[in-house]
Write a protein that binds this ligand. Sequence first.
Ligand code: GDP
Length: 302
Amino acid sequence: DTLDKGLEKSSQGFFDKISRAVVGKNTVDDEVLDDLEDVLIASDVGAETTIKIIKRIEERVAKDKYVNVSELDRILREEISGLLLENPHLHTDNIDTSKKPYVIMVVGVNGVGKTTTIGKLANQFKSQGLKVVLGAADTFRAAAVDQLVIWSERVGVPIVKQGMGSDPASVAFDTVQSAVAQNADVVIIDTAGRLHNKVNLMNELTKIKRVMQKVIPDAPHEVLLVLDGSTGQNAFEQAKQFTAATEVSALAVTKLDGTAKGGVVIGISDQFQVPVKYIGVGEKMEDLQIFNGMEFVDSFFK
Ligand code: GDP
């Protein structure tokens, strides 16, 4: 299916590297573990999570000195899925439809796939029969507004926008107000992700929230941070910075189809107290999936 296809590069790269690491070996010894560590690092699992996984395998190997390398795939799969399942933050539902409209504020730096993710989400919600309104509050880039307009037309959902350089909070205000007036189910608001100045970013996002709350007191119901999965350590870094700047409640990891480093999702799931909710596995409208740890591991270990 799409997930298997989307993770093909990651999965293939991972197992090619592992088979190279264990060639000529029988048992899982220190050398094999060192090589495995390199493979995990190269797949962008991240240092912290890699160490955790290696430690667990070491413990298993210590109990049974003759673990055959042919069992390594299975052991690794068990340890990684164990790690993903242990994280209580990983399990996330779709949207809470008792909130009407359910307001999603989308944050992330330019180029990560924010606009595309918003378009894909709008399409998913619409096909579930939900009424969606988009808000173009990334008013710093004309291209961002244009792109979002294109997506709104493609999907067939209304969009609220103002002129270039207008106040993002004002756009957000108009958007939620319009959504309430139209009795919409979901509002998705794009924001400018300028990370160069953390204080500015924090102030801007805080202001957008405050202004929306004049219309809907408990909005936003979700702050979705979009990360580009193909950027590896940059994605970790951005997750750190955004979670420090604002209360992020969910993550979307994009472009997993274009990378051999899908391990980034494993590391991010392990290290942040925020669930990965969506993964992007292509450029098309339907290439967005709700993240499921078990399915992910299944596809990764195909
Ligand atoms: P933004 O600047 O963050 O809004 O980024 P865009 O949404 O404009 O996306 C930047 C580029 O990444 C575009 O060419 C998208 O088609 C592409 N893109 C976004 N998500 C995915 C994905 O999941 N897979 C692939 N292969 N490309 C993606």
